[in-house]
Design a protein around this ligand. Structure first.
Ligand SMILES: *Cc1c(COP(=O)(O)O)cnc(C)c1O
Length: 403
């Protein structure tokens, strides 16, 4: 018999072991194997200031949320995780923590539409400028960085919906040389397929609504801050330190967009099966992408796992699989709308990353908010979130919809 692992041991455990155990010791009072839903706002103090486990009020801390935050930090290899009520709440909190009026942000020219809207239309009026740039073009990124003024380089890889792949380590070096933070939105790849902090990123952002939650039943977001990550050069932290973890913790509590206990619990339950789900998402997506590539009604298939994808080599190097998202072009808006109307197994809906397959028309749905901007997407593009159903049924469904 070996000794039971102590909580610290999980750092060296495999991915799924961390996802299932980190931060999730059986409940001390009851032995409950699953972290309970602590549906509570406040905590009895044993005399003034006598907190049990540090809990006083659930905006500041809640045990179910703590379990999720510790598990997220463990699977991303970060110093500390923070769980929010949505991906955009996580992004908003991070940007408030690291930007001041007059600062500048480099954003991907095919960023998630909501991220772009937040940067351009919420932070813009507060004096934050931004430059959209093609992150696959390192010279263009270097040219867009304004030394002394650029405080954040925002990375998405693979991007949404065009699945562009950029080199995280190279972008981290560019950001670091400019004293800016490298932020990676790891929603599409997930920590199972890609580890941005190990590649030099300072902080990882998630919409846990997508693959981490994984069952289309909860909206949530997260930040995971890398070990030792600092605020952008020159910025003083609100608590007297320049550690990014301290600044994010202060802002999470001060702005209060935290994940509720039940949402945290659902997200944690999803996280436990992330590895097995991602394996199936990846293999189903490759089969679907190959089928579409060979289909006469399809002009172009965009999937990083196909060798003709311009980011294939980079993806193969920095990811351990190519993900579950596939986009394709059919030549006209009418044809794209027609395909979206005719599938039965693929459900017409926004969002992605759940066990069920979804189909959508980005120009009219997820990316309608960027119409007319540098981020506009082609109107003959169809995006698939390939689920974990039997792949023969997925292929047959697309076949009849394209016929
Ligand atoms: C959905 C999404 C977001 C926003 O997350 P919400 O949970 O919807 O607020 C951010 N980035 C990417 C890549 C996303 O897909």
């Amino acid at each position: 018999m070996t000794d039971a692992p102590t909580p610290q041991d999980w750092t060296n455990a495999g991915f799924s072991t961390r996802a299932i155990h980190a931060g999730q010791e059986p409940d001390a009072a009851t032995g409950a194997v699953v972290t309970p839903i602590f549906q509570v706002s406040t905590y009895k103090q044993d005399g003034v200031g006598g907190l049990r486990g540090g809990y006083e009020y659930s905006r500041s801390g809640n045990p179910t949320r703590t379990a999720l935050e510790e598990a997220l930090a463990a699977v991303e290899g970060g110093a500390r995780g923070f769980a929010f009520s949505s991906g955009l709440a996580a992004e908003d909190t991070l940007l408030r923590a690291v930007l001041r009026p007059g600062d500048h942000v480099v954003v991907p020219n095919d960023a998630y539409g909501g991220t772009y809207r937040l940067v351009a239309r919420v932070f813009g009026p507060w004096g934050i400028e931004h430059t959209p740039v093609d992150l696959t073009d390192l010279d263009a990124v270097a040219g867009a960085i304004e030394h002394g003024r650029t405080k954040v380089v925002w990375v998405e890889t693979p991007t949404n919906p065009l699945l562009g792949v950029s080199d995280i380590a190279a972008l981290a070096a560019l950001a670091r040389a400019a004293g800016a933070l490298l932020v990676v939105d790891n929603t599409f790849a997930t920590p199972y397929l890609q580890q941005p902090l190990a590649l030099g990123a300072d902080v990882v952002v998630h919409s846990t609504t997508k693959y981490i939650g994984g069952h289309s039943d909860v909206v949530g977001g997260a930040l995971v801050v890398g070990d030792g990550a600092q605020l952008p050069v020159g910025l003083e932290g609100p608590t007297g330190t320049t550690l990014l973890t301290d600044a994010v913790a202060f802002h999470q509590n001060s702005s209060g967009a935290v994940a509720g206990p039940f949402d945290a619990w659902l997200t944690l339950r999803g996280l436990k099966t992330l590895a097995v789900r991602m394996g199936r998402h990846c293999s189903n997506a490759l089969t679907v992408a190959t089928f579409l590539r060979d289909h006469p009604a399809v002009d172009q298939v965009i999937y990083p796992g196909l060798e003709d994808h311009p980011g294939h080599a980079t993806a193969a190097r920095q990811m351990s699989g190519f993900g579950g998202m596939v986009s394709f072009r059919v030549g006209s808006k009418e044809k794209a709308l027609d395909v979206c109307a005719r599938t039965h197994v693929f459900t017409l809906a926004e969002s992605l990353g759940g066990i069920e397959s979804l189909i959508e028309h980005p120009a009219h749905m997820t990316h309608a908010s960027v119409a007319g901007s540098a981020l506009e997407v082609p109107d003959d593009l169809v995006r698939l979130s390939v689920g974990i159903e039997d792949v023969a049924d997925l292929v047959a469904d697309l076949g009849q919809a394209l016929a």
